[in-house]
Design a protein around this ligand. Structure first.
Ligand code: PA5
Length: 448
């Protein structure tokens, strides 16, 4: 396997027999997932996406990315939730910590700015200022085509594009990623002639990073999306066996469920690379929206190390014992830096001079694992060789298939998200959206 799952630090928490005793349940969950007999089966097309995708559209994505690179200094990517987090995570993971902060001349790709993922007017205002008079394009992404946050942002950036370029050229700078046939964005894209990409029916938002949703922004940022898909395809093959002895993604799913049933109800996804902070955000949506329902489910959280060892570290070591940790550890950093020698050694760091920072980072990881298991926190590790496209595609698939099976192990529908509607209904009521008048007046009475 290209990545490896390490459960050796669970000995203190799980007996040898426990994994094997999950096999029958894992086999049943695997059958539900792969035979389409489980709840939410209509949304499992992501399973074969890495090997079964629209090749013509894939070529169009690359062409669009090339056009954006040639005529834009900025790409504004508008979307929220599953229509946002994958691309954001990938751009950071693949391009290094300061890609977005580089001068345009140094960056071999447009700056990728993400809008429509909040309703903050200050954020939009600051982004418009940052874009300044630079050339830009917009990729608006919404499966439903009606989500409030991206719709508002799109109106704002569309108006800016039209003011700057006129309607015809503006339309050529808008790329719409949406449903094949329904929704307001699809209607508008057809009417205005925007170049459009499809979010397949059978792929839900949080599973959509390997569709045009993620691929266009990722390609525009200069990454090799062929390698991304190749990594995912390799993982699709690797994690296709229901046998726990052979399938590390299923081992991860089984172990986190064993731990959950023992009271470890919160899982922290952790990294030792700041460029993986957003990857954890992607994973949090994948896990939380898939599994948090019917009043149960592991609560997915995250921590960035060693940064958070100086804040959350206290809680993890000694706070309430309901935490488990999953570390995604990069075995070989993209760049390594040697700690300089200094004759005076006034800072007392002489014992580390000549060593690399990654040597220290890895020792920190080993030290933390031992400290945390001693403190009563089970730790799992997913080792990845490096931060490149192939590895990212592989890692994405690892977590996707693990979370799908994990949801079935816990007896829920991993592929719906009924709970995200409650706030929307209230918000539409309070905003006076046509059709929500009754709800609005009932809520206003409660507020007053
Ligand atoms: O996973 C989900 O369903 C959500 O996070 C959606 O992706 C998010 O609400 C955005 O929806 P849409 O793509 O329809 O704008």
């Amino acid at each position: 396997a290209h990545i490896s799952f390490d459960s050796s630090n669970l000995d203190k928490f799980i007996h040898d027999n426990e994994l094997g005793e999950m096999q029958a349940m894992v086999t049943a969950a695997d059958t539900q997932l792969r035979n389409g007999t489980g709840a939410g089966a209509a949304y499992t097309d992501w399973l074969h996406l890495p090997t079964d995708y629209d090749q013509d559209e894939f070529a169009r994505i690359k062409q669009a990315a090339a056009k954006i690179k040639s005529d834009s200094k900025v790409l504004v990517v508008i979307g929220i939730g599953g229509s946002y987090l994958g691309a954001r995570a990938a751009v950071d993971f693949l391009n290094g910590a300061f890609f977005q902060a580089q001068h345009d001349e140094e960056r071999n790709a447009p700056q990728i700015l993400f809008a429509g993922n909040s309703i903050s007017s200050s954020y939009i205002h600051d982004m418009i200022k940052l874009i300044g008079n630079r050339d830009f394009s917009v990729n608006v992404i919404s499966k439903s085509g009606t989500t409030t946050e991206p719709s508002i942002a799109f109106r704002i950036f569309k108006e800016l594009l039209i003011k700057k370029y006129g309607q015809t050229v503006a339309n050529q700078r808008i790329y719409a990623t949406t449903d094949r046939q329904k929704g307001a964005l699809k209607t508008e894209a057809d009417a205005e002639g925007y170049e459009s990409f499809v979010i397949p029916d059978g792929v839900g938002g949080r599973y959509s990073v390997l569709t045009a949703v993620g691929l266009l922004p990722i390609a525009a940022a200069g990454a090799d999306i062929d390698q991304l898909m190749a990594g995912a395809a390799s993982a699709e093959k690797e994690y296709s066996d229901a046998d726990l002895a052979k399938n590390e993604a299923y081992q991860y799913a089984a172990y986190r469920n064993i731990l959950y049933r023992k009271g470890f109800t919160t899982e922290l996804l952790e990294n030792y690379e700041p460029t993986m902070t957003m990857f954890a955000e992607w994973w949090k949506q994948l896990a939380g929206e898939s599994e948090g329902k019917d009043q149960k489910g592991i609560y997915p959280s995250s921590a960035n190390f060693s940064t958070d060892l100086h804040s959350l570290g206290q809680y993890i070591q000694e706070g309430r014992r309901n935490l488990m940790e999953t570390v995604v550890k990069v075995d070989e950093p993209t760049h390594d830096v040697t700690i300089p020698s200094e004759e005076s050694d006034l800072d007392g760091l002489g014992y580390l001079q000549g060593k690399t920072m990654d040597f220290v980072n890895t020792k920190a990881y080993q030290a933390v694992v031992l400290a945390h298991i001693d403190g009563g926190v089970p730790v799992m590790t997913v080792h990845i060789p490096r931060q490149d496209e192939f590895t990212l595609g592989y890692l994405i698939y690892f977590f996707e298939v693990a979370i799908g099976v994990s949801g079935y192990l816990n007896g829920i529908n991993p592929f719906n998200q009924p709970g995200v509607e409650a706030y929307k209904t209230n918000m539409f009521g309070l905003l006076g959206k046509p059709g929500f008048e009754k709800i609005g007046s009932a809520l206003r009475q409660r507020i007053n």
